[in-house]
Write a protein that binds this ligand. Structure first.
Ligand code: NAI
Length: 284
């Protein structure tokens, strides 16, 4: 995969991982549209990137019509998008039993529907342009590993994982690669997610605990640099590797998870003439 001369669309490009991706793409000769709900972050990002091949577009990824408009604007300015990074995401640091329907709607709207909207908006355009390309969906180690909190976040990231894996099979014939980016802790602003929560979904929100947010901000200071995540992501794209695990230290934890799954199988007697695997293979 050659990045030079291609055009990328990066959601959540105003901060954190998205900004790191934009910087890495520009350095490899790509043109980049960064889309973000925070106009202040877009403004600062454009100043920091200081490059004539990047533009900023205000976008709430939860909005279908907003996505279509942003796609038109990006393609008018920079040409057909062939690299799509569905990266915008938020976290709500609370358990499912503490959560309201508004909490579900907000986190599902951004973390899952945002990715769906990106795919539904751009994949038809990418296929029509015939340039091949790549879709990277930012999930998390939380698409494999669960704790009690944050349950809604886990739900969305597991869903993005399933969707991405399916998409990978369907886009392969079109020369469009798909990868799932699964970072552990990253030095980013995700602890401040509440600042971009829409008022329409805030009525039933638990009051924000300032101390907890301050603690999260401190924890994220220990996270991996977004530029390192970005470099490992672009390298994985060049190798057409589906899973991108920038944090190698999680390998042992994943082994425990998969061992537990395998240990839950029981040697039930074979059902004569009935093999579920056949049906599953055909669905693929
Ligand atoms: P960040 O908060 O630094 O950057 C995310 C950007 O997305 C922000 O600029 C924010 O304004 C934007 N955003 C939020 N809601 C949006 C919306 N509705 N529409 C458009 N833009 C919106 O956070 P970070 O960490 O860079 O997050 C990027 C992705 O990485 C997310 O999907 C997150 O779940 C994932 N991730 C983050 C980890 C971490 O430790 N920070 C770990 C694993 C995954």
């Amino acid at each position: 995969l050659n990045f030079e001369g291609r055009t990328a669309f990066v959601t959540g490009g105003g901060n954190g991982i998205g900004l790191g991706l934009a910087r890495a793409l520009l350095a490899r000769g790509a043109k980049v549209a960064i889309a973000d709900i925070r106009e202040d972050a877009i403004h600062t990002a454009l100043k920091t990137l200081d490059n004539q091949h990047v533009i900023g577009i205000p976008l709430d990824v939860a909005s279908r019509s907003g996505f279509a408009d942003a796609a038109d604007e990006a393609e008018r300015a920079l040409g057909p998008i062939s690299l799509l990074f569905n990266n915008a995401g938020i976290n709500l640091f609370q358990t499912i039993d503490e959560s309201s329907f508004d909490d579900w709607d907000w986190v599902m709207g951004v973390n899952l529907h945002g990715v769906i909207n990106g795919v539904m908006t751009f994949v038809p355009r990418m296929k029509a342009a015939g340039l091949g390309g790549y879709v990277v969906n930012t999930a998390s180690m939380a698409s494999f590993l669960c704790g009690g909190a944050p349950g809604i976040y886990n739900t969305t990231k597991f869903a993005v994982r399933g969707m991405s894996e399916s998409l990978r099979y369907s886009l392969a014939p079109h020369d469009i690669g798909v990868s799932l980016l699964c970072p552990g802790l990253v030095k980013s602003h995700i602890y401040a997610s509440d600042e971009v929560r829409p008022a329409t979904l805030s009525e039933n929100a638990k009051p924000v605990d300032g101390n907890a947010v301050a603690r999260l901000a401190q924890i994220h200071e220990f996270g991996m640099e977004p530029d390192v995540i970005a470099a490992r992501t672009l390298e994985a794209m060049q190798e057409n590797r589906f899973h991108i695990f920038p944090h190698p230290e999680f390998q042992d934890e994943l082994r425990v998870v998969f061992d537990e799954i395998l240990a839950d199988f029981r040697p039930y007697p074979a059902d004569a003439g009935h093999d579920q695997r056949v049906g599953f293979e055909q669905m693929r």
